[in-house]
Design a protein around this ligand. Sequence first.
Ligand code: KG4
Ligand code: ZN
Length: 346
Amino acid sequence: MTLVLGIESSCDETAVALVRDGQTLLAERIASQADDFAAWGGVVPELAARGHVASLPGLVEEVLADSGLETQAIDVIAVSAFPGLIGSLLSGVTAAKALAMAWDKPLVAVNHIQAHLAAIHLSHEQVAYPLIGLVASGGHSHYYLCSAPGQLELIGGTIDDAAGEAFDKAAACLNLPYPGGPEVDQRASLGNPKAFSLPRPFKRDPEVKLSFAGLKTAFLYQVRGPQGKQELALDDQGINDACACFQQAVVDCLVDKLVLACQDQDCQRFAVGGGVACNSGLRDRLTAETAQRGWELYLPEARYCGDNASMIASLGYYQWQRGDVAALDFEPLPSGRMKDNQARKR
Ligand code: KG4
Ligand code: ZN
């Protein structure tokens, strides 16, 4: 049995979790700063970093207390190391290094995007690879060919905005609070998805390519007039209709290209992770598409889709098994991969 303590602080969620053997969550605490940032309309990086510093020590203590375990029981510390906001990443990575040093435990540096896909191991006891993975979050909307947890090859994705970012911007056009995705999702279930006509960019393009910038602009013009500058004139039902139409357009784009990626790679197994994987329209459509095609779908439970530390601990476990351990002086990166010379093999 291997017990991994996971730490997540790449954006505005501070989270700590204890996971057994990459699959079983023993305890998790998440402190979200989303409410604090609603007034700003988005994350303020410096404030987010300070928020992580304030929350982390208490969360570690709470998770240990919830699990009833002592620090000696922990085998590995795994931390979200890239990509993300650099100040936020530094808060979590510094805490993880301090714990690894104080408790004399190995440290594993986890890629946050890869962890969103590894989250399927927390909700599915058996996972067969290879599979096609879609990560749809606030900063990413990309498709990967996955041969094992954390072993991903990029197939395609968005050329501009991410799906979550598009949801947030559409919500802002409708004067809905940040983060907009959950609010659009809730209202979409009450709206008419045919009320507005919106494009599906790259629909006929043979490449696994997404674009949400044009869709977002088309939406803005529909709800705020030809220059996008008029006051919002929709009533409550009109806003619900607009949400239903926008959500349907995003879901169509994401799922069409997922099917294309599976066909291109001759793979009938797929997984979806990231905050947008909470979206009920997307989840329903994925379930229906899978049933109709006889394909296999791995979808994490909603609590493992948004930013969380369980997914970091889960992928940390698989990396640890492969001997992928980080040096204590490794540096987190806002994007990309850790330099080879910062990682050492166990
Ligand atoms: O994965 P995540 O928690 O953080 C990042 O790594 O970016 O994703 C956050 C994004 C936000 O843009 C948020 O609006 C979106 O996921 N989101 C949703 C839903 N829940 C969260 N988008 C659509 N429908 C939802 N139910
Ligand atoms: Zn994320």
